[in-house]
Design a protein around this ligand. Structure first.
Ligand SMILES: Nc1ncnc2c1ncn2[C@@H]1O[C@H](COP(=O)(O)OP(=O)(O)O)[C@@H](O)[C@H]1O
Ligand SMILES: Cc1ncc(C[n+]2csc(CCOP(=O)(O)OP(=O)(O)O)c2C)c(N)n1
Ligand SMILES: [Mg+2]
Ligand SMILES: [Mg+2]
Ligand SMILES: [Mg+2]
Length: 328
């Protein structure tokens, strides 16, 4: 179905209320105009989702594609300890996609934008002769001077992971096998939804931003890949204790044998992995316990030259930067 009147489409997706009062002009001019608060630094990121790379019509509904395209960006802001505020969407639409389905992508984004109080302030709409592509640029902020960088890890730090890891990759496995319309049992549905509807950890990021020094990454490419990024950026070694990696019962039930592979190399959990001093870890852990949020100590930082080791029953083996890599 070829349909789009580009301009009628833009009118249709334009939000009718705003969450951030510093927005001066959103959709409807040549660019968005936003006021800048003096006491904050800006955080800006962009992630793209492409049909047959990040999703297929079999693995994700249009609504879920929209949710996830925004969620993965919110997750990058969470990994900087910040609060998301404004987003722009670039969408390239092939003729095989119906207007109803494209609007459902926006509904998915809109629903999540309400939950996280972010405003759609612009974007671009173009035709694609190939797959559907949706790219989101997200702007957020953090108190001036706060930096939760990958390069902040120091020897003696505790390494932690939020939530559980590996669920999304197992969910993807199920979806590639049976599709999204299959009647999954409760435990399988938990896994497929972890893949389709990730929950970015903004609240936890904000708690971490209060601590003195934190290194942080969100888990898009797998624990092994993200831990390696922190180790390399900080020029330290990271030791991960295999037995401490937080795995859900649903994942273990799905495949005890492959659970560790999913956790280390699967990706798209959009949980956070990071490090902080042992003293700040105690403070943070206590806060998380009080709020009933799962955060697990999974290892430690030692002096080194940027490598990650996995400790399995006392034996250390090099954990290479294997995981999702677009061109491998
Ligand atoms: N094509 C590109 N042009 C410019 N910068 C890029 C490009 N691709 C990635 N980057 C930058 O490289 C860094 C790492 O990107 P990426 O691995 O995608 O991070 P993440 O996994 O957090 O999304 C980020 O600072 C990102 O902005
Ligand atoms: C159909 C399908 N095949 C494979 C995957 C797995 N996959 C695609 S991209 C990706 C990694 C995350 O995406 P990326 O573009 O690397 O995000 P970033 O690291 O930039 O946040 C994974 C695990 C998927 N989600 N869907
Ligand atoms: Mg990226
Ligand atoms: Mg990231
Ligand atoms: Mg990646």
């Amino acid at each position: 179905m070829t349909i789009y009147d580009e301009f009628a489409f833009i009118d249709k997706i334009k939000p009718n209320k705003i969450h951030n009062q510093q927005l001066i002009a959103g959709i409807g001019d040549d660019a968005a105009l936003v006021g800048l608060p003096q006491d904050r630094d800006q955080i800006i990121c962009l992630d793209t989702m492409v049909e047959d790379v990040h999703f297929t019509t079999k693995t994700m509904s249009p609504n879920q594609i929209g949710h996830k395209a925004l969620a993965v960006n919110i997750s990058d802001i969470a990994a900087m300890g910040g609060i998301p505020a404004y987003y722009l969407v670039s969408i390239a639409i092939p003729k095989t996609w119906s207007q109803v389905d494209v609007e459902a992508i926006y509904e998915g984004m809109h629903k999540l934008s309400e939950a996280y109080q972010v405003d759609l302030i612009g974007g671009d709409t173009v035709f694609s002769p190939g797959p559907l592509m949706v790219s989101v640029t997200l702007i957020g902020y953090i108190e001036k001077g706060k930096k939760l960088l990958r390069s902040n890890a120091r020897p003696g730090d505790v390494v932690f992971i939020t939530g559980t890891v590996g669920d999304s990759a197992a969910g993807l496995d199920l979806l590639l096998k049976h599709g999204s319309n299959y009647s999954y049992n409760n435990s399988e549905t938990y896994l497929t939804e972890r893949h389709q509807l990730p929950s970015p950890r903004v609240e936890i990021g904000c708690h971490l931003a209060i601590l003195d020094r934190v290194s942080l990454n969100d888990i898009s490419d797998g624990v092994a890949s993200e831990a390696n990024e922190i180790a390399k950026a900080s020029n330290v070694d990271i030791h991960l204790d295999e037995q401490k990696l937080p795995l859900s019962n649903q994942l273990l039930h799905y495949s005890q044998e492959r659970a560790m592979e999913y956790a280390l190399f699967g990706g798209e959990d959009f949980e956070l992995i990071g490090t902080t001093s042992a003293t700040d870890w105690e403070v943070f852990q206590q806060q998380m316990v009080e709020q009933n949020i799962l955060v697990t100590k999974v290892g430690s930082v030692v002096e080194g030259k940027g490598e990650v080791y996995l400790s399995t029953k006392g034996t250390l083996t090099l954990l290479e930067k294997r995981g999702y890599n677009h061109f491998k």
